[in-house]
Write a protein that binds this ligand. Structure first.
Ligand code: PEP
Ligand code: MN
Length: 284
């Protein structure tokens, strides 16, 4: 038995399905999360969320608390951003996912969002992981920039051990000697994880690639590697984005990608149910 005994595949051979609002991750449905890297304004988020909902996204992403490499870079809208995200989720009917950076903000983030994201830079923030054990909301745990698969699984084990079984793992690229992409997307890890753990696994092609033209091919490959879903950055005007514009898809690119992914998912016996959007969105 591995050290990560609660999340090991043997502990639940049939696999775990994680509920996020009305959504289920880890079943036959291939789940697509989309939205801006950072929540910038009410208008930007509303425009993006309506567009991704119309295109068939299942989950709305958007960062309110941003972990930035430079202290001079845009740090996010904080609690004001959380309120915008909650409104956008209500407007589109999409459940929401957003990053929580420290244990002291778990309560406020859990109050506004349906799923709490642990960023790559925080994968081994053990205090945060323990607090998420009692957050009462599902967690999206991203792999650290230099974390092994075992370290990722042990980080997930912390959350489950501390009381929260609803964890989804995310492969988002790791740091290697390669510089052609922002990170190296480790799709081998997806195949390994699907065997090593019963937790669902999704892929973030945006942060792996760092460039928009690679998002579609990496997304298609993620389906073949056995991923349960994707998380993709979308911005209505990527050239004006305050964060990660180079890797953000336009709403039109995203809509086209969802259609292509539905065909790839079918090859893996998965569905991409592009639910009929609410009437308000069709008219918009
Ligand atoms: C993000 O999702 O915007 C993000 C900061 O991702 P990561 O933690 O994987 O770098
Ligand atoms: Mn980003």
């Amino acid at each position: 038995m591995p050290q990560y005994r609660l999340v090991a595949r043997e502990a639940r051979p049939e696999g775990t399905r994680v509920r996020v609002g009305k959504l289920e991750i880890g079943g036959t449905e291939f789940v697509i999360a989309a939205g801006p890297c950072a929540i910038e304004s009410e208008e930007q988020l509303s425009e993006t969320s309506r567009a991704v909902a119309r295109a068939g996204a299942h989950l709305l992403r958007g960062g309110a608390f941003k972990p930035r490499t430079s202290p001079y870079a845009f740090q996010g809208k904080g609690v004001e951003g959380l309120r915008m995200l909650q409104r956008a989720g209500q407007e589109t009917g999409l459940p929401t996912v957003t990053e929580v950076m420290d244990s002291s903000s778990v309560a406020v983030v859990a109050e506004h969002a349906d799923m709490l994201q642990v960023g790559a830079r925080n994968m081994q923030n053990f205090d945060l992981l323990k607090t998420l054990g009692s957050a009462g909301k599902p967690v999206l745990l991203k792999r650290g920039l230099a974390a092994t698969i075992e370290e990722l699984l042990l980080a997930a084990e912390y959350i489950v051990y501390h009381g929260n079984p609803n964890v989804v793992l995310c492969e988002r690229g790791i740091r290697t000697f390669e510089t052609a992409t922002r990170n190296t997307l480790d799709l081998g890890a997806v195949a390994v994880l699907k065997r090593a753990t019963h937790l669902p696994v999704i892929v973030d092609p945006s942060h792996a690639a760092g460039r928009r033209d690679l998002v579609a091919p990496l997304s298609k490959a993620a389906v073949a590697a056995g991923a349960d879903g994707l998380i993709i950055e979308v911005h209505p005007r990527p050239e004006c984005a305050r964060c990660d514009g180079a890797q953000s898809l336009t709403p039109a690119d995203f809509a086209e990608l969802v259609l292509v992914l539905a065909r790839y998912a079918a090859l893996e016996s998965r569905t991409v149910s592009t639910l009929p959007p609410p009437r308000a969105l069709v008219a918009a």
